[in-house]
Design a protein around this ligand. Structure first.
Ligand SMILES: N[C@@H](CCC(=O)N[C@@H](CS)C(=O)NCC(=O)O)C(=O)O
Length: 363
């Protein structure tokens, strides 16, 4: 049944639940306990969690855009995706969410059973969430062609009708807001050469890898693939980045569509003595060269009471305002490393040392 926005707004104004809400409530009354992902197609972290839920075969609803606005009021940091659990509680922040789901559902885990692989998978996921996201944001909002297309599509996604004129007004507002945040997240013209060089290095390694095998630690995905997929899923849509991927990384581009829905994958983890795939070395080299110096400089600047920090990586400059959240990321990485036993350390240390990641983890 078609129900116009005006009708829904009218019902909501009278305190009557919207059709979307009623439909959701009805589905939740079914026999299967249901999660609700409140997210958006243009949100890398939402795509990450949706792909994870599909792979894990955890029953869920996908609630997109304005229908999810209410969920944002139920969490401390108002960022999507927001997951409503079957018990009616709301949680967000994709990394803790992934681990919480691990604790609740044993089947089809995304954490490799080998602690050494589990650590590397976490490190790559964290790198994707915190660094590769700058590629996502930069490709989307730096150039006019991307700003225009993506603000219009994101407005279209959010409104799902309501007329082109209104949608374009919303698009313009959203574009101005996002472009105004470029400097805060380090996506400036001055920083973009490093972000771009790093993206190309990541994709070079992915392109070489995916033609041999789809996953990093076996024939099933880990949290690392989901983290990387989330960010790259957006590069596969936005005009400039999509053209770049199609032209130079056609198989990585195609890979994204596979990762989006792996509900039918039945794979195995690699044996504990299997060597790491070359892509792991290549990606960790990026972590050692860029992400670790980035985390250390951010933490040192915060400790010194400074507002910005700078690094040079791959011979290119990078400057950004400090971020408290990333101090937590560094502490978490160190805690996870410290918790490894001697066998796991013997396996990861040579790799981490060669990639330039080890020192930062030991401090
Ligand atoms: N660390 C969070 C990050 C989530 C995040 O930054 N979400 C973005 C959209 S992809 C957001 O909601 N931003 C808020 C805004 O744009 O106001 C996670 O892993 O879920």
């Amino acid at each position: 049944m078609m129900v116009s926005n005006v009708v829904i707004a009218g019902l909501e104004a009278k305190g009557i639940k919207s059709m979307a809400q009623l439909t959701r409530d009805k589905m939740k009354q079914g026999t299967t306990p249901m999660y609700t992902i409140n997210g958006a197609l243009g949100s890398p972290y939402s795509m990450k969690i949706r792909a994870l839920m599909r792979y894990r075969r955890i029953p869920h609803l996908w609630v997109h855009g304005p229908d999810s606005r209410e969920a944002l009021t139920k969490v401390r940091a108002p960022v999507i995706p927001v997951m409503e659990y079957p018990d009616g509680n709301f949680h967000n922040d994709s990394t803790p969410l992934i681990y919480d789901l691990e604790a609740r559902h044993a089947e089809r885990s995304v954490v490799p059973p080998d602690p050494a692989c589990a650590f590397i998978a976490h490190l790559i996921e964290d790198f994707a969430d915190e660094w590769v996201t700058k590629a996502m944001f930069g490709y989307r909002w730096l150039e006019e062609v991307d700003q225009i297309q993506m603000s219009r599509w994101l407005a279209f996604d959010a409104m799902k009708g309501g007329g082109l004129q209104q949608s374009q007004g919303f698009a313009e507002q959203f574009r101005a807001r996002q472009v105004g945040r470029m400097a805060i997240v380090g996506c400036t013209q001055e920083n973009f050469p490093l972000i771009e060089a790093s993206t190309h290095a990541l994709l070079d390694a992915l392109e070489a890898h995916v033609v041999d095998r789809h996953f990093l630690f076996g024939t099933r995905p880990s949290l690392a693939e989901f983290g990387m997929y989330g960010q790259l899923s957006q590069l596969g849509v936005d005009p400039t980045a999509q053209a770049m991927m199609r032209k130079n990384y056609p198989y990585s581009y195609r890979w994204l569509l596979h990762i989006d829905d792996m509900s039918g994958i039945e794979g195995e983890w690699d044996a504990a003595d299997a060597p790491f795939a070359p892509i792991i070395t290549a990606w960790l080299k990026q972590v050692g060269e860029i992400y670790m110096p980035f985390l250390l400089a951010n933490a040192a600047a915060i400790e010194a009471g400074k507002e910005t920090f700078s690094i040079t990586a791959m011979g290119l400059p990078y400057t950004q305002g400090v971020f408290k959240y990333q101090v937590k990321c560094l502490a978490d990485l160190r805690a996870r490393y410290a918790a490894l036993d001697s066998a796991a350390r013997a396996k990861v240390d040579p790799l981490l040392a060669e990639a330039g990641c080890l020192d930062a983890l030991l401090r």
